[in-house]
Design a binder for this molecule. Structure first.
Ligand code: ADP
Length: 309
C-alpha cells in the first residue's frame, strides 16, 4: 500500500521543551495507524501539525503523494481530545452547522445526519440543548460530525477516553467500518487493548522521539521470545529433569485438571522439539505460543529507552 500520509523528520520546540524530535511516520492508505505513547510524549503536537493548527519548526509532511497543503483540511476529519460544543445550541442546530462547515449542502447535511442519528439511536436528542447531554453523549455527536463528510483521512485524538465500554465498542466498530469504506485512520491512544483490536500499524513516541514503528504483525514477531505455554498431566517426575539444556522454565502451576508451564526455548528449537522431549513422560493437553501483548511491548520499548543502559 502506498502511504496516504507521511511525516519526515518533523521537529517542534515549545519555549523550553522539545515536543517532537525528528519524528518520521508512514501511514499507508486504508490502514488504521495508532500513535502511541505515554502522556506528554508529543502525540497531540504531531496531530496538531498534521491538521495544520501549528507548524513544525522543521521537517516535511506529505499527503496523497505530494506536500500537504492548507486546503487538504477539507479531506481530513479531526476529532480533538479537548472537545467543545456550544452548550446553548440544540444538538440538531449544532450538528447541521458543523456538517455544513465541512462543505455539505443543507440538504445533504440533513440527509446524512438523519442516517447517523438513526444508526446511533439518538434521534431523541435532536432538539435537546447540548448542555443537557452527558460528556459521553456529546462525544458521540462530535464523532459523527467528524466522519460526516467522509474524509480520506480521519484523525482521532484519544477517541475512547470518556466513553463507557459499550460506547467505546461502538466507536471501535465505527472506526473499522470507516476503514472498510476506504478511509485511512490515525488515532492516538494510551489504551493498548484498542491497539490490538484496531491497528494495522503503529508508531510509539516516547520523550518526543519515535522509539518503535511498523506493522503490528511485524512488531509482535520481533518481540516474540520463542516461549510456549504447555498443559500436561500430573506425573512423578519434574520438567527440569526431562528438558534438554537451554530450555528455561519461566512458570509452573497446577490445578485440579492439569499441570501448566511456560517454557522459553532456545532460539533454534521449535515447539515440536519441546513436545518430543516431553511426550515419553506425559500426556500433553495443549500447547500455545506466548505472543507478547502490545501492552508488554509498549512497556519494554519505553523502559528500554528510559533506562541508562
Ligand atoms: P501527548 O499528546 O503525547 O500527551 P503533547 O503533544 O500534548 O503530548 O505534549 C508534549 C509536550 O509538549 C508536553 O510536555 C507538553 O507539556 C508540551 N506542550 C504541549 N503544548 C505546549 C505549548 N503550547 N507550549 C508549551 N509546551 C507545550
Amino acid at each position: 500500500m502506498p502511504d496516504l500520509f507521511s511525516a519526515h523528520s518533523v521537529s517542534k520546540q515549545y519555549s523550553n521543551h522539545k515536543a517532537l524530535d525528528k519524528v518520521t511516520i508512514h501511514v499507508p492508505e486504508n490502514h488504521i495507524f495508532g500513535l502511541l505513547g505515554p502522556n506528554g510524549a508529543g502525540k497531540t503536537t504531531l496531530i496538531r501539525i498534521i491538521n495544520q493548527i501549528i507548524a513544525p519548526d522543521e521537517g516535511t509532511l506529505t499527503f496523497m503523494g505530494r506536500n500537504l497543503q492548507p486546503n487538504d483540511i477539507a479531506l481530513i476529519g479531526y476529532l480533538p481530545e479537548e472537545r467543545g460544543l456550544y452548550k446553548k445550541m440544540t444538538v440538531g442546530e449544532q450538528s447541521m452547522y458543523l456538517a455544513q462547515l465541512k462543505g455539505l449542502s443543507h440538504h445533504e447535511a440533513q440527509k446524512r445526519l438523519k442516517y447517523w442519528f438513526e444508526k446511533f439511536e439518538i434521534k431523541g436528542w435532536w432538539n435537546k440543548k447540548v448542555e443537557e447531554l452527558s460528556k459521553g453523549m456529546q462525544q458521540k455527536i462530535q464523532f459523527l460530525v467528524t466522519i460526516i463528510h467522509e474524509p480520506k483521512l480521519l484523525i482521532f485524538d484519544e477517541p475512547f477516553s470518556g466513553f463507557d465500554p459499550i460506547n467505546a465498542n461502538m466507536m471501535k466498530e465505527e472506526i473499522l467500518s470507516q476503514k472498510e469504506k476506504g478511509a485511512t485512520i490515525i488515532f492516538s491512544t494510551h489504551n493498548m487493548s484498542s491497539v490490538e483490536e484496531l491497528c494495522d500499524d503503529i508508531a510509539l513516541i516516547n520523550r518526543s522521539k519515535v522509539v518503535l514503528d511498523g506493522s503490528v504483525r511485524n512488531i509482535k514477531k520481533t518481540f516474540k521470545t520463542n516461549t510456549f505455554g504447555i498443559s500436561y498431566n500430573s506425573w512423578d517426575g519434574t520438567l527440569n529433569s526431562i528438558l534438554p539444556a537451554g530450555y528455561e522454565i519461566l512458570q509452573e502451576s497446577e490445578d485440579a485438571d492439569h499441570r501448566h508451564a511456560q517454557i522459553k526455548l532456545p532460539p533454534d528449537a521449535s515447539p515440536n522439539d519441546l513436545i518430543s522431549a516431553m511426550l515419553p513422560f506425559v500426556t500433553i493437553y495443549s500447547v500455545n505460543e506466548k505472543i507478547p501483548s502490545m501492552n508488554d511491548i509498549f512497556i519494554q520499548a519505553v523502559t528500554r529507552q528510559t533506562s541508562p543502559n
